[in-house]
Write a protein that binds this ligand. Structure first.
Ligand code: PHE
Ligand code: ZN
Length: 862
């Protein structure tokens, strides 16, 4: 009876405009858990208080709960249910409501609520998982003080953790023990957490600016303890950074992180007890690549920063998700920029935005960073809410300047501490603290779609005049768009002198059309615009002949220089895809001078070498044939590899000097350059690359080198590839995170027969649909490899649809995340588009579909 899956014919949408404050508050809750994977009993004691004058009953949310008893003020009550809620009529201004329920962690494959992962019991409550633990008003604007008592078998669950501080504990009957924790900070139930199991801890401590000692713990399986050093360092760096940069100090006596192997997302910021996907905690030289090390540090920082941006000040409702996520991503991005190379970090951020968010904004699932409606909120943990949300905060800082921005965030944290607030409240705080009028800027919160900015520079009579226009395309539900506020960092660079003839300034575009005059510019000038990617827009600049070529070697802003090279390549690639002739020479010249530069660091060179992705190219076209896109891009890569052969060989050889023990920007950059140059050598001469990659694989001293060599071998194929894949598997078969790479590498091969390999891998004994990391490694990697995924006969689409349907029966949240690649059909030539649509139709026709997949598939068909 418990696992009947609701099969709504047409699940209802929830609208932001319908928000109403809660009828009842719950200032305090005491929870008691008798933990057992098969059947856990949860007793909850809620102190409830009527919120305002009304006579409405208390309504509690619950899902898959077996109700054992209900009492109000100590009296047993017969339960009444309405629309899946438990309805409790109450007469006074306050009451004590007690429930007892049983839940089944062992069969909880959705990984929401209390579930079992590798012998542990752990919780995931954001966004609506708490209702799978106990009856409660499961909404973020109900903040409560938590007291939690956990009891469990001492042998199997020696460690018992929850939010806040441990206050008591002891032995219980029948080999059990118990612990009691209290969290002094009121919090919404989505931040509740507990963990029970056999865990080892890496302990450390941090002294806050005001001199308080915080005990830090990273809890993992014993075998993984040696892989926690990097996360611990990142945690301490984050704590110091947040004090320095935002004046935010940690507030509890302990901060714990636990790593679990089954997790729907990256990690979770539960108050004082962050729970992480192992992938974002564990790292050592043998098993983690440089990218993994960086991701660990960024996610540790992200979750830690939520302690203020999310926990101390939280969201009023889930439409405000970007309030905490956009701000926190921006904070973790700034942290990474400060700890590493600003330009390289920024290039990576923009690459991610273009790969994940621009397509979303241009497709059927486009939504503003503050959505207006949803069917299933889990579908809105998107690149738009997160990454575009972060870009919006970055623009606010650019417009206000760093000092006013800081005054604004100080006011925000002070004014709303302990409250559940809205995106509007955040903007208001920035406005009040800075005196800036942000009325028009607020459109970034309500309008979806990526604005396109057209720019043209005209020089006359000793001045330069910049002509700008903007337009934002229609998106679902939003036919007409108003002009946005677009901050464009702009400089003019003398064509001959190479110096800035107009120093960088922020041009604020606010109208549909606008001109800006730069006086006293006599030398012919190059337009360097949207420097550092100051606005998340598509720039279309009318360029004079030779202008991009000149910027590609002389722009004084590293990001803009990178952009010029990208634009140069993009221009030729789009020409080629359109059937025109590709001029490789300008691209080759720009890359040659980049490679040979003594001033540029290796990471920048590596980034500059990577041509615009197939996804980005497809985005720039109304419709395209993925195999044409792939061929044109591959041909240009081959031309570059051939023309720059000796420079690439030199750079490849020189990059071997990277110190394997070191994670400095220089050494990581060298390894990145090694991978990029190897890629070009392979494009030009697969045989030579096969030999180089095989040698690199055998001699690899880091996972970075080993993984890139393996990827290259898998790409060129042959017996070396099979041998390397076999050796890699044998060496790492005990390590799930590395085996994920093994699946991912094979599913990412841009080849027509990858689907066959993927189908075979899905039958591999190590493959399971139940583990989100493994599923992402195979299905996610495959769907992100356009040439493989878009095989003309539609076999890739069919396979993905099958996987979605099978995964939906286990874990709808994760299953739904694989739908959007099928929703890109409008951008694909008609033959494949029809096949994509029919895969979506087949998904929608399946009986018992979850709300999660229903929403994504129905919107994708549009
Ligand atoms: N709030 C988490 C984060 O971004 C993401 C998350 C959402 C994790 C939902 C689990 C479930 O930090
Ligand atoms: Zn977050």
């Amino acid at each position: 009876m418990l696992d009947i899956r609701t099969a709504p014919v047409q699940p209802a949408a929830i609208h932001r405009a319908d928000y109403r404050p809660p009828d009842w508050l719950v200032p305090a809750i005491a929870l008691e858990f008798d933990l057992d994977p098969a059947r856990t009993v949860v007793r909850a004691r809620l102190e409830v208080a009527r919120n305002g004058e009304h006579d409405r009953a208390l309504r509690l949310d619950g899902e898959e709960l077996e109700l054992l008893s209900l009492a109000v003020d100590g009296q047993a009550v017969d339960p009444q249910f309405e629309d899946g809620q438990l309805v409790v009529p109450l007469t006074g201004a306050s009451a004590v409501v007690e429930t007892e329920v049983a839940i089944r962690p062992q069969v909880n494959t959705k990984l929401m609520g209390l579930y079992a992962s590798g012998g542990l019991l752990c919780t995931q409550c954001e966004s609506q998982g708490f209702r799978r633990i106990t009856w409660f008003p499961d909404r973020p604007d109900v903040l409560s003080r938590y007291r939690v008592r956990m009891s469990a078998d001492r042998q199997r669950f020696p460690v018992l953790l929850s939010n806040g501080n441990p206050v008591d504990g002891g032995e219980g009957p029948d080999g059990t023990h118990w612990a009691q924790w209290e969290d002094p900070f009121p919090k919404p139930c989505y931040l509740f957490a507990l963990v029970a199991g056999e865990l080892s801890v890496n302990r450390d401590s941090f002294t806050t600016a005001s001199g308080r000692e915080v005990e830090l713990g990273i809890w993992v399986r014993e075998d993984d303890l040696a892989k926690t050093g990097h996360a611990m360092r990142a945690l301490k760096d984050s704590m110091a950074w947040d004090e320095r940069t935002y004046g935010r100090e940690y507030d509890l006596d302990r901060f714990n992180i636990v790593a679990v192997s089954d997790f729907n997302f990256g990690a979770m910021e539960n108050k004082g007890l962050n729970i992480f996907n192992t992938r974002y905690v564990l790292a050592d030289r043998e098993t983690a690549s440089d990218a993994d090390f960086d991701a660990v540090a960024a996610v540790v920082a992200h979750e830690y920063f939520h302690n203020w941006s999310g926990n101390r000040v939280t969201c009023r409702d889930w439409f405000q998700l970007s309030l905490k996520e956009g701000l926190t991503v921006f904070r973790d991005q700034s942290f990474s920029e400060d700890m590493g190379s600003q330009a390289v970090e920024r290039i990576d951020q923009v690459r991610t935005l273009r790969a994940a968010q621009f397509p979303e904004d241009a497709g059927p699932l486009a939504h503003p960073i503050r959505p207006d409606s949803y069917i299933e909120i889990t579908n809105f943990y998107t690149a738009t809410v997160y990454n575009k949300g972060a870009e919006v905060i970055r623009m606010l800082r650019t417009i206000l300047g760093p000092d006013d921005y800081r005054r604004g965030t100080d006011l925000y944290f002070e004014r709303y501490d302990g409250q559940a607030v809205t995106c509007e409240d955040f903007v208001q705080a920035l406005e009040d603290a800075s005196g800036h009028d942000l009325t028009q800027f607020r459109r970034w919160y309500s309008q979806a779609g990526t604005p396109t900015i057209r720019a043209r520079l005209v020089q006359e009579d000793g001045a330069a005049v910049l002509h700008l226009t903007q337009s934002t395309p229609p998106t679902p539900g939003q036919a007409d768009k108003l002009p946005m506020v677009v901050p464009l960092r702009t400089a003019l660079i003398g064509r001959e002198s190479g110096r800035e003839v107009a120093g960088e300034q922020v041009v604020l575009l606010t109208e549909a059309e606008q001109t800006v005059r730069f006086e006293g510019v006599t030398e012919p000038a190059l337009l360097s615009i949207n420097r550092d990617f100051s606005a998340p827009v598509i720039m279309q600049v009318e360029r004079a002949a030779g202008e991009l070529e000149a910027l590609a070697i002389s722009d004084t802003d590293s990001f803009a220089r990178y952009e010029a090279i990208q634009e140069l390549a993009l221009r030729e690639l789009l020409k080629g895809i359109g059937g025109g002739e590709v001029q490789a020479d300008p691209v080759i010249a720009a890359l040659r001078s980049t490679l040979l530069s003594n001033a540029l660091d290796p990471a920048f060179k590596a980034d500059a070498l990577i041509l615009p992705s197939e996804t980005m190219l497809a985005e720039r076209l109304d419709q395209s044939d993925p195999s044409v896109v792939h061929r044109v891009r591959d041909d240009l890569r081959a031309a570059i590899g051939t023309a720059l052969r000796s420079e690439l060989e030199d750079a490849y050889a020189a990059s071997s000097r990277a110190d394997p023990e070191s994670l400095t920007g220089e050494d990581k950059g060298l390894r990145r350059l090694r991978a990029a140059t190897l890629g070009y050598l392979a494009a030009a001469d697969p045989e030579r690359a096969r030999a180089l990659a095989a040698a690199q694989f055998d001699a690899a001293r880091t996972m970075t080198e080993r993984q890139s060599a393996l990827g290259m071998l898998a790409m060129v194929g042959g017996s070396e590839a099979e041998a390397a894949l076999g050796a890699f598997y044998e060496r790492f078969k005990g390590d799930p995170l590395v085996i994920d790479k093994w699946f991912g590498v094979q599913a990412s091969v841009a080849a027509e027969d990858t689907i066959e390999r993927v189908e075979a891998l899905a039958a591999h004994p190590d493959f399971t649909l139940a583990n989100p990391n493994r599923l992402r490694a195979l299905a996610g990697s495959f769907a992100a490899t356009p040439f493989a995924f878009h095989r003309a006969d539609g076999r890739g689409y069919e396979w993905l649809a099958d996987v979605i349907l099978k995964a939906d029966a286990i874990n709808p949240q994760t299953a739904a995340r694989f739908v959007p690649p099928l929703g890109r059909w409008r951008k694909v030539e008609p033959g494949r588009a029809a096949l994509m649509r029919s895969a979506l139709e087949r998904i929608l026709a399946a009986p018992g579909l979850s709300k999660d997949v229903f929403e994504q598939a129905s919107k994708s068909l549009g």
